[in-house]
Design a protein around this ligand. Structure first.
Ligand code: APR
Ligand code: PHB
Length: 391
């Protein structure tokens, strides 16, 4: 087999890259080790920045997003007994976000790739990259008991944090930055209408909670829990008790309960691999960087990366210009570090840190009070939440 760009991973990064390339007449093959139904049903975050929505609309991927997505123009932050609304409309000149589950984007992308004759191979195994420093690089894999090889001009490693792409880069070429948080998030998908019009982030005396949604009849809620906690320790009753306790911290507000459809625990990590290119191999999305979910930047950063990468490949094929390929990591990393800072800030503001000192707790409260009383502080949060774009 032969293609121009071999893409590893059919998450939002890999699939969107292959769609953007196809629009420029550039061939690609996507290799995914899970099944189509697995990737289409994997529950992940669901906040699309203003710029992400604009990009998906511009490239013809917003048909379902337009009628199923929920536009939001603010979020609420609760701290002890007080609530503060961040008004995106007022603070960002009318920008907003859209709530639309990541797996819905994945479904839209796969459907569009298949309709356009794109090659997305599911349930492959043993994907490996042969010498990315050569001009023509080979991707090897197995499918249905047979070995295959694809000769590619370039490889895009879009295979998430645990994928193989980043591991192909020799240690001495890597610069990595890592922070692990001393807690995790327990997330539940619930068959119940939202209890509020907008998302609620709460720092309560017993820890963080988030009330989010997927549709007018499905909500998504999270609570901070201990690191390495087993989901079997959390009965539905215990989850509801924690959600009520942490979210109902302002007067006259009640959380609506419903059947729990899915539950899982996610660790929290900030990680950046500054080496996003090694020879003909380019990393994008979670393969190169991870953010904690507070602020929901993960998928938006993955989309920002592949918009740079598709522009760089396009310039190379159209005019053999290497400038954008050479500047790929630099261009992406400005956005990545902004997202890293914002999600670290939101995580630090809103969680109870084990062994934190009274001094650190006073700092959290001081920051919350600042947000409540300073337009500049609220504007900064709003600008980052809807997605800051470097010009
Ligand atoms: N071979 C083939 N596919 C692989 C391999 C491999 N060795 N390893 C991982 N994959 C696949 C995974 O099964 C997954 O479908 O790569 C895909 C990576 O997709 P994502 O994890 O969704 O990563 P990305 O596309 O970068 O999107 C980032 O995903 O994790 C969330 O919060 C994150 O929203 C962010 C988004
Ligand atoms: C979600 O809806 O899953 C979600 C929303 C906001 C976040 C994280 C996750 O910060």
């Amino acid at each position: 087999m032969k293609t121009q760009i071999g893409i590893i991973g059919a998450g939002p990064a890999g699939l969107l890259l292959s769609h953007l390339l196809a629009r420029q007449g550039i061939d690609s093959i996507v290799l995914e080790n899970q099944s189509r139904s697995y990737v289409e049903n994997r529950v992940r975050a669901g906040v699309l920045e203003h710029g992400t929505v604009n990009l998906l609309t511009k490239v013809g991927l917003a048909e379902r997003l337009r009628y199923k997505g929920l536009p939001h123009y603010g979020v609420e932050i609760r701290f002890n007994n007080k609530s503060h609304r961040i008004d995106f409309n007022e603070l960002t000149n009318g920008a907003g976000i859209v709530i639309y589950g990541q797996q819905e984007i994945v479904k839209d992308l796969i459907k569009t790739r298949v309709k356009d004759g794109g090659e997305v191979l599911f349930e492959v195994s043993d994907v490996s990259i042969c010498d990315p420093t050569r001009d023509t690089v080979k991707l090897k894999f197995r499918q249905k008991g047979k070995d295959h090889e694809i000769a590619c001009d370039f490889i895009a490693g879009c295979d998430g944090f645990h994928g193989i792409s980043r591991k192909c880069i020799p240690e001495e070429n890597l610069s990595t930055f890592n922070r692990e948080y001393p807690f995790a998030w327990l997330g539940v998908l619930v068959d119940a209408p939202p209890s509020a019009k907008e998302l609620i982030y709460a720092n309560s005396p017993n820890g963080f909670a988030l009330h989010s949604m997927r549709s007018p009849s499905i909500t998504r809620n999270y609570i901070q829990c201990n690191l390495n906690e087993s989901i079997t320790n959390w009965s539905d009753d215990r989850i509801w008790q924690a959600l009520h306790d942490r979210l109902e911290i302002v007067p006259d507000w009640e959380l609506i309960e419903g059947a729990i459809l899915e539950k899982g625990i996610t660790p929290m990590r900030s990680y950046v691999c500054e080496t996003m290119r090694y020879g003909q191999l380019f990393l994008a999305g979670d393969a190169a960087h991870i953010v904690p979910p507070t602020g929901a930047k993960g998928m938006n950063l993955a989309i920002s990366d592949v918009s740079y990468l598709s522009a760089a490949f396009t310039a190379w094929y159209q005019s053999k210009s290497e400038e954008l390929l050479n500047n790929y990591a630099k261009n992406c990393l400005r956005h990545v570090w902004r997202g890293e800072h914002f999600s670290w800030y939101m995580t630090s503001l809103l969680h109870k840190f084990p062994h934190s000192s009274p001094f650190q707790e006073k700092l959290q409260l001081a920051e919350f009070e600042y947000l409540c009383h300073s337009n500049a502080a609220s504007r900064s949060l709003a600008e980052n939440y809807v997605g800051f774009r470097f010009k």
